[in-house]
Design a protein around this ligand. Structure first.
Ligand SMILES: Nc1ncnc2c1ncn2[C@@H]1O[C@H](COP(=O)(O)OP(=O)(O)OP(=O)(O)O)[C@@H](O)[C@H]1O
Length: 316
């Protein structure tokens, strides 16, 4: 068995086959079709279903189900890709295979970051790297293309991932690399429309990374109305999550340390990052999740003890 995480490239399969539309499906079906689903929903009451984030305190609030699209937005450098990488390891560990299509980071850079998260430290050795690669087999794929990409290619990649590889979570990082520009509102609307249709038809969850407009400052947590480009982006997706980094805390600590002064408890215990959910179409909960950053492992942790999680073993 190969010991590298499978990398999908534009040359590694026949994209044309997956670009072609399939036969139009009959979309008008008798209500009876949904009998079992309705009865299951009644039986399970308000049970929340779907893949979980790595932090137990989020499990009753936010989940990631097939058929839906989540927008992961935030200011540049606030940790969207890093947090999503940790979340994806968690999805894979729950038995839901993942493909990351990053047009901003090389596959090996994504893997290096995830390796530190898996190792729970900043200096994983060869043995850990080999163990990590073994763990990824059959769970994790990366699409290798940097720069801009045509929407038709994304369409083909998603269909290939779902049909052939049985992948359940697909990350598109980021939206602006898939459209003509920030002012191409129709292109953005059509692209997100395509993603919602594909997610529904293929029963996969699509995680779409997106930037927010520059606000007055980085200390203000952006909301769903701050997404760059068309307002239709957040209207169309099922969930909007904002990743926000507490730069004010970082600056305060750096300044105290420079002056050889102790860091007070209040500053120390305030969260390093927040994950804000301000749209949750199929759940009732909206709110903020406080997280603490463990810099050695690049992991987000659930409380101010800052103890990294065993991402490879947590769901066994
Ligand atoms: N809360 C944090 N504390 C300290 N460093 C952080 C924090 N969040 C992210 N970083 C660091 O900031 C850098 C950027 O992270 P990342 O690439 O995930 O951000 P991003 O939001 O995806 O950025 P971009 O929009 O530019 O792609 C990384 O080096 C990461 O380790």
């Amino acid at each position: 068995m190969s010991k590298v995480a499978p990398i999908i490239t534009p040359d590694s399969f026949d994209f044309r086959q997956y670009m072609a539309e399939t036969e139009p499906q009959a979309k008008v079906l008798g209500a009876e079709t949904w009998r079992d689903s309705l009865i299951d929903a009644v039986k399970n009451g308000t049970t929340v279903t779907g893949a979980r984030l790595p932090w137990a305190k989020t499990h009753d609030h936010i989940r990631f189900r097939g058929g839906e699209v989540s927008l992961w937005q935030g200011i540049n450098g606030h940790g969207k890709s890093q947090m999503l990488g940790q979340a994806c390891m968690g999805f894979a560990g729950q038995g839901e295979p993942v493909c990351i299509a990053s047009f901003e980071m090389k596959p090996v850079s994504t893997l290096k970051r995830m390796l530190r998260q898996a190792a729970m430290n900043d200096q994983p050795g060869e043995t850990m790297a080999a163990r990590f690669m073994d763990w990824l087999q059959g769970k994790f794929w990366l699409y290798d293309q940097l720069g801009t990409v045509r929407p038709e290619m994304i369409y083909a990649v998603i269909r290939y991932c779902a049909d052939k590889l049985k992948i359940k979570h697909i990350v598109i990082d980021s939206l602006m690399k898939c459209v003509r520009g920030e002012d191409d509102y129709n292109g953005q609307k059509d692209f997100v429309d395509m993603l919602t249709g594909l997610a529904r038809d293929l029963d996969v969850h699509i995680h779409l990374v997106h930037h927010v407009r520059k606000g007055e400052n980085e200390e203000k947590v952006p909301g769903k109305f701050d997404a760059k480009g068309s307002g239709a982006i957040s209207d169309q997706v099922d969930q909007v999550l904002t990743v926000w980094r507490n730069k004010k805390k970082e600056k305060t600590i750096a300044s105290l340390l420079r002056k050889n002064q102790p860091v007070d408890d209040e500053t120390r215990s305030s969260p390093d990052a927040m994950l804000v959910v301000d749209k949750n179409r199929h759940g009732e909960w909206e709110g903020s999740v406080a997280l603490w950053y463990h810099p050695q492992s690049l992991q987000y942790t659930p409380d101010n003890r800052c103890a990294p999680l065993d991402m490879l073993g947590v769901y066994r």
